[in-house]
Write a protein that binds this ligand. Structure first.
Ligand code: PGA
Length: 259
């Protein structure tokens, strides 16, 4: 089962996950990280910055989860640009080693396969950072997505478009299609770290961790993975039935175990 870690706030979550990522980089300077966009992972990237000062990160590799289809690559909200602005530049990573699915229309027919091949050629993702949508999506795998899916084009739900409208001038400007790593792709990463903060994520978190394993709640795919850390604040943990047990397990975690 997922290890559920309930932390006081997003900054504490960021520090915890950043410690783990910094150790991975120290152990393997060419480590392959699975990066995510959205508001949730930002405290991780912020906490990583001081931890990586003076560290050679020039060989770190990364794969983002998803991209909008047909968005101008120069658009500030294309995920390629978001990853560059929020991760690559602040952490001093090599942009040539950090990949985002290619949402260009001209090559979209084979962009999913190309991305899968690139991940496989890199040896797979060591640690995948995940947020979760209010509808339970991970990456842009909307409800109904196959647990076996690989990187492909999906249609965003109206809810997701509304959730993401804050990054655009209006909801109409949010692209309707995206290219996203599949649930099968995500499940191939060796360690999944799902973060969620705030009351608005409480139902999705409870469904992902404790609900039935169902394509109707794509985040529940994490129950099929042998190594998952779910790092949540009190509000996002508020609908978990076994919260007391998760706290007890974390408080009694042996020192020799990492995240
Ligand atoms: P958020 O998005 O981190 O901006 O809440 C999460 C997601 O949609 O996966």
């Amino acid at each position: 089962m997922a290890e559920v870690i309930i932390v006081p706030d997003a900054a504490a979550a960021g520090a915890l996950v950043a410690d783990e990522i910094a150790s991975l980089i120290a152990a393997d300077p060419e480590v392959v990280l699975g990066l995510a966009t959205g508001s949730t992972p930002l405290p991780v990237y912020e906490a990583l910055r001081p931890r990586l000062e003076g560290v050679d990160v020039s060989k770190v590799r990364g794969f983002a989860l998803d991209e909008y289809v047909g968005i101008d690559p120069e658009h500030p909200e294309s995920y390629r640009n978001v990853i560059r602005r929020e991760v690559v530049e602040p952490l001093g990573l090599d942009p040539a080693r950090i990949n985002t699915p290619n949402g260009a229309l001209e090559t979209i027919q084979h962009a999913g396969d190309d991305y899968e091949k690139a991940i496989a050629a890199a040896g797979g993702v060591e640690l995948q950072i995940l947020g979760i949508g209010t509808d339970g999506h991970i990456g842009f795998n909307e409800p109904g997505s196959s647990f076996a899916s690989s990187t492909r084009v999906k249609t965003l739900t109206e809810q997701t478009k509304k959730d993401n409208a804050r990054f655009f001038d209006s909801v109409d400007q949010v692209p309707t299609h995206c290219i996203t790593q599949g649930l099968g792709t995500i499940l191939r990463a060796r360690h999944l770290v799902l973060l969620a903060f705030g009351e608005g994520k409480a139902d999705a978190v409870a469904g992902a961790v404790e609900g039935p394993v169902s394509a109707s709640l794509p985040g529940s795919a994490i129950q099929l993975h042998p190594r998952v850390s779910v790092v949540v604040d009190e509000a996002a943990a508020s609908r978990l039935r076994r919260a007391d047990y998760y706290r007890y397990a974390w408080d009694n975690k042996p020192d020799w175990q990492g995240l």
